[in-house]
Design a protein around this ligand. Structure first.
Ligand code: ATP
Length: 238
């Protein structure tokens, strides 16, 4: 399946009675790469979980290739092509790498696991290891690989580089870039490492207190240190 477009219109969402996101609107063309930036606690994770239908929505539309999925439950949104790699790296710690991948293949044949091993050869070497025996970087690769085996047409990545060594970050970013280049997945990346996010993304939205305060091209943000200091913090770019 080719990548899908994503359009969010007037999304208002939060947790129980607490409204976190207000009036969120943006569009991501099919096959493109968007970075979602902002300081801690500004609503980035809430945005991704709201797109997946994992918390409360008060209003607004979420259009996947033009079809509104906002009223659908999470499992149905997954079936329609949304895939999330959560910040918590949710792998099964007591299952092997291969067993974790089998969970991700949905109704496809076991052979597709080779795709995950092509993407991250390290996982093949460790295929009989249990989840808890993996390093943080390997756990993240497994979490990403498992989501990708579900063939998402829009992939949501929540701070995939958090706490990882630079060499592992490079390996992950290279894999995301290859994935984006395949034309099969539109990618939304939430990331604190600004340089990596701007190297990867074509466009950017910046969240502040649950609202979009800036939306534009990655190269425009990179060139505007004043903007970076204002919304992301001093030292964001080197
Ligand atoms: N389960 C929850 N119940 C109530 N409020 C929550 C819940 N999770 C997050 N929030 C609140 O929502 C706001 C946005 O949090 P969120 O985690 O989306 O921000 P973030 O930009 O992803 O931050 P970080 O970079 O620290 O992960 C914060 O004020 C937070 O306290």
């Amino acid at each position: 399946m080719p990548a899908a477009s994503l359009e969010v219109r007037g999304l208002k969402a939060g947790y129980g009675p607490t409204v976190v996101l207000e009036d969120i609107s943006f569009a991501v063309p099919a096959g493109s790469r968007l970075a979602v930036l902002g300081r801690n606690g500004m609503g980035k994770t809430t945005l991704l979980s709201s797109l997946m239908g994992m918390n409360r929505r008060y209003g607004g539309a979420i259009l996947l290739d033009g079809g509104d999925v906002a009223a659908l439950r999470s499992s149905e949104r997954c079936r329609r092509g949304l895939g999330l790699v959560p910040q918590t790296r949710d792998i099964f710690r007591s299952l092997t790498v291969e067993e974790n991948l089998l969970v991700g293949i949905k109704d496809r044949s076991r052979g597709v696991i080779a795709e995950a091993y092509d993407m991250f050869p390290r996982l093949k070497e460790r295929r009989r290891n249990l989840g808890w025996q993996l390093s943080g970087g390997e756990q993240q690769m497994l979490s990403v690989a498992r989501t990708i085996l579900g063939r998402p047409t829009v992939l949501l990545l929540d701070e995939p580089l958090e706490g990882l060594a630079p060499v592992i970050c490079e390996e992950l970013m290279a894999a995301f870039t290859r994935l984006a280049a395949s034309g099969e997945t539109t990618i939304l990346l939430v990331e604190q490492r600004l340089e990596s996010a701007l190297d990867f993304a074509q466009s950017v939205v910046i969240l502040e207190r649950g609202r979009i305060v800036w939306h534009g091209a990655a190269h425009t943000l990179r060139a505007d240190h004043g903007l970076v200091e204002r919304y992301i913090g001093v030292g964001g770019l080197h």
